[in-house]
Design a binder for this molecule. Structure first.
Ligand code: G3P
Ligand code: CA
Length: 249
């Protein structure tokens, strides 16, 4: 029992503190997309190699049912083919070649590769996938390498987050927003979210203080300039997403 309590407390600490124990969490954006093709196993591995606290990936469900890690609705920008990612089945998707010769991984491939070495932010880019995502997280949380506290689910689609909350009453949620982050407080309260994740251009010391007062952490995206990082750190943010996690100093 003591061992169990220790393990739970330890994994909670690991999910909420930085590698160094101070300053904002460093979150590898789409892996470490400044160095490797975004949302690939290579990009995820690079982020871990750079010592991130958390890796962020984007997900869709494809026509044969698998959850795959990809950012765009269409495969055109990043692959040697064209079309909507959702219309691919796994057989045809496996044939796609991304820039740098990479393939599109399934979420399970990323989870197997990470093996609990960092926390994981799963950004829902698709609708009606909350149930599947909850099942995958539940399955991996039961493995010795992972704990539920290492997973956080985010989305700009607040309706999909509502569905996720129904499936997962206790799971960590972050509300993504492009505009004024204070406008997201109401939905964050409703969703019992941990964090509100605004674009960094919308963040200042004043609204960070208000978001903290309301009980939310602030994880801001996508910060690549060390000068911006210093400003945001001084403003009190709790985490930054970066394509170049090693530059966040
Ligand atoms: O979660 C932060 C960031 O990833 C949101 O924007 O377009 O890179 O998915 P995007
Ligand atoms: Ca994303």
């Amino acid at each position: 029992m003591k061992q169990f309590v220790f393990l739970v407390l330890f994994s909670m600490m690991m999910s909420c503190t930085t590698q160094s124990g101070e300053g904002p969490l460093i979150i590898g954006h789409r892996g470490a997309m400044g160095y490797e093709t975004e949302n690939t196993l290579a990009s995820v591995e690079k982020a871990i190699e750079l010592g991130v606290d958390m890796v962020e990936v984007d997900v869709f469900q494809i026509s044969s049912g698998e959850i795959v890690v990809f950012h765009d609705e269409r495969v055109d920008r990043l692959s040697n083919s064209a079309g909507l990612i959702k219309e691919y089945n796994i057989f045809d998707l496996k044939k796609l070649i991304l820039d740098g010769g990479h393939g599109i991984p399934m979420l399970q491939d990323v989870l197997k590769q990470m093996n609990g070495r960092a926390a994981l932010n799963i950004e829902l880019k698709d609708t009606n996938i909350a149930d599947n995502i909850h099942q995958i997280i539940t399955g991996y949380s039961a493995k010795p390498e992972w704990s539920e506290s290492q997973f956080i689910v985010s989305s700009f689609d607040w309706e999909e987050l509502r569905k996720y909350r129904e499936y997962s009453p206790e799971g960590r949620i972050a509300v993504l927003t492009e505009g004024d982050p204070l406008q997201a407080i109401e939905v964050a309260r409703e969703l019992k979210a941990e964090a509100i994740n605004p674009h960094y251009s919308q963040v200042n010391a004043g609204n960070v203080a208000k978001l903290h007062e309301a009980g939310f952490k602030v994880y801001t995206y996508t910060v690549n300039d060390p000068a911006d990082f210093q400003r945001l750190k001084a403003a009190g943010v709790d985490g930054v997403f970066s394509d170049y996690p090693d530059r966040m100093k």
